[in-house]
Design a protein around this ligand. Sequence first.
Ligand code: G
Ligand code: G
Ligand code: NA
Ligand code: MN
Length: 254
Amino acid sequence: LVIDGALRGAIAANEFYLVYQAITNANTGKMTKVEALLRWNSSLLGPVPPDRFIPVAEDSGMIIELGTWVLEEACRQMGSWKQSALREVTISINVSAWQLADPQFVTLVSQALMRNGLSPHQLELELTERVLIEDAANVQAVLAQLRALGVSVSLDDFGTGYSSLSYLTQFHLNTLKIDRAFVMDIEHSERSNSLVHAIIAMGHSLGLQLVAEGVETAGQAEILEKMGCHYLQGYHISRPVPPDELLRFAGNRV
Ligand code: G
Ligand code: G
Ligand code: NA
Ligand code: MN
């Protein structure tokens, strides 16, 4: 309730900002994508983590407005990187179920791209498995429209929660993001190691790109690269950082 009240007006008061986490090519180490992650510094509550305010924004419907702000801000930032070392990266943003159900969604995406002079190939949308089951028929239609537009779609936190392998054939996805819960133990647990290996093999045979999340050690990165995982994301590579820090990091990585 307190969060809900504080959320109202927080966009207008400029209390939100985005941080960016590098996603690197596992073979070359080059930064090919960045994930935009939302942060809120509330004037009333101080910093509130997204795990706490996103569900509240979803319950109140405010996530539509907030998600639109994220989309617009990420595209604006991307646009500002045109002459920089980051000009070729793809930006990945998180999208919640409500946004996908909004009849305006595809229009909002295409307008944000156009307004900022971006190619649709520079944008990737991250969906969770929960998004896919909410209204499967509509989601399929929206994903088809996004695909026609040239925007990529990735399935976030793969393997947790609502996991069903039928999603992989039912929905047209470009990328699977292997949840960090599996990546965490690959060095020490034979079972986690086998599971990640199997997910990567399955992704390959379905023509999907694979991103490992939560890569925290050089050992994990090496195992994942040997397994054929295409991209790595996690504290071992970089924490989520503000735009200026990302630019500095890109200087060494692009
Ligand atoms: O950045 P952090 O690891 O604290 O994020 C926690 C959770 O909040 C993650 O599940 C992440 O996907 C989600 N999240 C972060 N930014 C956004 C956003 O812009 N939109 C939505 N819908 N979720 C986000
Ligand atoms: O659900 P989603 O995958 O979007 O969540 C991303 C969240 O994971 C971000 O909030 C980010 O801060 C966090 N994160 C990113 N890399 C790592 C990592 O290597 N270890 C841990 N523990 N968390 C990470
Ligand atoms: Na994500
Ligand atoms: Mn994830």
